[in-house]
Design a protein around this ligand. Structure first.
Ligand code: IPE
Ligand code: IPE
Ligand code: MG
Ligand code: MG
Ligand code: MG
Length: 371
């Protein structure tokens, strides 16, 4: 393992460069097929927010089964099990795989543990708008695939160079770097296909499929997770962290972590029979953004305070790479207070929703979690 940046650059970046070229091909292929769909959404309405004008007639008769009943509390471990089953089915049914090794690496990256919090947030968002579980299963699985891909690439030698994830060897250690990169790429496209494929189209209409896919792809891309990862790497180059202001760190954490978490909540909400209005999407998005930022603040704290066995990933990784984090900038106590403040702001955004119990519980878990 290369625990300092110079070593890592010498050993990892050159391979990383050609890997990124491989990844680039995969992503361009994805965008060729997606761009027509996205053009359609953009031409129908506003570009960056979910356009209400695109509301098309909904096929509501398919969307009424297994809707959460008002006041019913959804069990987080049941929902975790639910999305695991869905992921297992989707990954094992997936098309005609060309390489058994690639299929195995995708399965390893996606199915070896994980809290499944982003999936639970999808269900939590949908609970607020009265969506059906069967419909939400698709975005819940898709966001976990996208998240799993982000973890595989985050752990690569060219990035954080970590060897343990979810208590097991990271994907590139278990397989090899090239396989891990390709498994990540394939999980990314599989996430998109999960939302646009035939099975999903049996429970979601085309308008919903487009809006949910757009929400996920934008959150995952250059203006979201990938962009944030780039800023996170660039911030390693700061000679001192003291001169980097707090808003810079907030931009990094919101992009690399909050964006997908915010998208999860909105994707769940978009599964409702009637597309939610802008006020609803904004309130849920605000909840997601705050809780997503709190999640990364706590992740930074755990990297300092926890132990590898509890976390299932190496502690001290951030310090070894000179990462810009909240504990570095504010200290541990102020970081904990900040996470609590963000939690409180997130909860305040839920005031208008009567069926918000799941999101309230998830927010509490974010700040009190130990792994
Ligand atoms: C880890 O996310 C990556 C971050 C954004 C900090 P999680 O802690 O949700 O990872 P899993 O899915 O439970 O392993
Ligand atoms: C990663 O943040 C965020 C991602 C987009 C995967 P970290 O690098 O802090 O996540 P961990 O600590 O490795 O899980
Ligand atoms: Mg990282
Ligand atoms: Mg990392
Ligand atoms: Mg971390």
């Amino acid at each position: 393992m290369f625990r300092n940046k110079a070593q890592r650059e010498a050993n990892g970046r050159s391979l990383g460069k050609c890997c990124n070229a491989v990844a680039g091909h995969q992503v361009s292929a994805l965008w060729v097929s997606l761009s027509a769909l996205m053009d359609c959404v953009v031409s129908l309405g506003k570009e960056t927010t979910i356009p209400c004008e695109t509301r098309l007639a909904m096929n509501t008769d398919k969307l009424t089964e297994s809707t959460f009943k008002p006041g019913q509390s959804a069990n987080l471990s049941t929902l975790r099990e639910r999305v695991e089953n869905k992921l297992e089915r989707l990954l094992s049914n997936s098309k005609k795989p060309l390489s058994p090794t690639l299929t195995a690496a995708m399965h390893y990256a996606c199915m070896s543990g994980g809290k499944r919090m982003r999936a639970q947030l999808v269900y939590g968002g949908g609970l607020c708008t009265g969506a059906s579980l069967e419909v939400m299963d698709f975005p819940a699985a898709a966001i976990e695939m996208m998240h799993a891909y982000s973890l595989v690439h985050d752990d690569l030698p060219a990035m954080d160079d970590d060897e343990l994830r979810r208590g097991l060897p990271t994907c590139h250690v278990r397989y090899n770097e090239a396989t891990a990169i390709l498994a990540g790429d394939a999980l990314q496209t599989e996430a998109i296909d999960t939302l646009l494929g035939r099975e999903a189209s049996e429970v979601l209409n085309v308008s919903q499929q487009l809006l949910i896919t757009q929400t996920l792809s934008r959150a995952a891309g250059a203006a979201g997770m990938v962009g944030g990862q780039m800023l996170d790497l660039e911030a390693e180059d700061s000679t001192t962290h003291l001169d980097v202001n707090r808003s810079r760190l907030e931009i990094i954490h919101k992009a690399k972590t909050s964006a997908l978490i915010k998208a999860a909540v909105q994707m769940g909400a978009l599964c409702a029979a009637d597309i939610p209005n802008d006020t609803t999407l904004t309130a849920l998005g605000n909840y997601g953004e705050k809780i997503g930022l709190a999640f990364q603040v706590v992740d930074d704290i755990l990297d300092v305070e926890s132990d590898t066995e509890t976390l299932g990933k190496p502690v001290g990784s951030d310090e070894g790479l000179n990462k810009l984090t909240y504990p570095v900038l504010l200290g541990l106590d102020a970081s904990k207070q900040y996470a609590q403040d963000l939690h409180d702001e997130a909860i305040a955004s839920l005031a208008a929703f009567s069926d918000n119990a799941l999101l309230v519980e998830l927010a509490a878990n974010v700040v009190k979690r130990n792994h």
